[in-house]
Design a protein around this ligand. Structure first.
Ligand SMILES: C[S@@+](CC[C@H](N)C(=O)[O-])C[C@H]1O[C@@H](n2cnc3c(N)ncnc32)[C@H](O)[C@@H]1O
Length: 225
């Protein structure tokens, strides 16, 4: 083989690998493909909702409802919480909620109450408690529940926290940014997270929220918690 041909083949291989890795672990905002669900024993039961899915911007209201229906009130960290709407809603429902996010952001000025089907204004003076820093395991200590919705840099750390500190954790994974491990080639990020949690003897309950896009959540807890 000539040197030039070898170089060309190496470049093609590199491009193919780059394409494959990008399709698996970058900003894929679409729904999880049915083939990924079917291939995973843990996810296979998650059929698409028959109800028309809501817009992605309603994910905070839908996660808030899921938490209220499933868990007793307590102290919750909204990890990578962005503007903090989930924490705001949980606070209004009596939870003690704190955003942990390295980027300081103001609450949105309004949101839609999906039960009353009307817009609700958030006053300029309203705030939620925030820790303006990247998540680190020691920050988990005061909380009963840690939720991360489409957050960066903390999915694996939160699974570690669930295992080491017996905390309840809810992940709504999205793209893979600043994580310490990557899925195997061809493996979906969700399947990788489930495998990682199961290997730590954690219980993993997948669920689907009724919005368009990356709507599969993982409720993770240790057997003892
Ligand atoms: C895609 S946004 C999601 C925000 C919000 N949860 C939502 O659903 O819209 C990702 C968030 O993760 C935050 N983030 C990035 N690195 C982080 C880290 N190491 N620990 C905690 N949050 C982080 C970003 O500042 C950003 O607010």
């Amino acid at each position: 083989m000539t040197k030039r041909k070898h170089k060309r083949e190496k470049a093609q291989l590199f491009q193919a690998l780059t394409r494959q890795s990008q399709s698996t672990f970058t900003h894929d905002e679409g729904p999880v493909p049915a083939s990924v669900l079917a291939a995973s024993p843990a996810l296979a039961a998650l059929a698409e909702s028959r109800e028309l899915p809501k817009m992605k911007k309603f994910r905070f209201q839908l996660m808030h409802e899921w938490i209220l229906q499933r868990l007793p009130q307590g102290r919750v960290a909204d990890v990578g919480g962005g503007k903090g709407l989930l924490s705001f809603l949980l606070q209004r429902s009596g939870w003690d909620a704190t955003v942990i996010d390295p980027v300081e952001q103001a609450l949105p000025s309004k949101y839609k109450d999906l039960n009353l089907n009307r817009r609700v204004k958030i006053a300029d003076t309203d705030t939620v408690p925030r820790l303006t820093q990247a998540f680190a395991p020691e920050l988990a200590v005061p909380f009963d529940l840690l939720v991360s919705m489409h957050a960066h840099g903390c999915n694996i750390q939160l699974i570690d926290v669930a295992a080491a500190n017996q905390k309840k954790v809810i992940l709504l994974p999205c793209c893979i940014i600043d994580e310490p491990l990557l899925p195997a080639p061809g493996q979906h990020w969700l399947a990788c997270l489930i495998e990682y949690a199961l290997a730590k003897n954690l219980m993993v309950e997948p669920f689907r929220l009724n919005f368009r896009g990356q709507n599969i959540g993982l409720y993770i807890q240790s057997v003892e918690s």
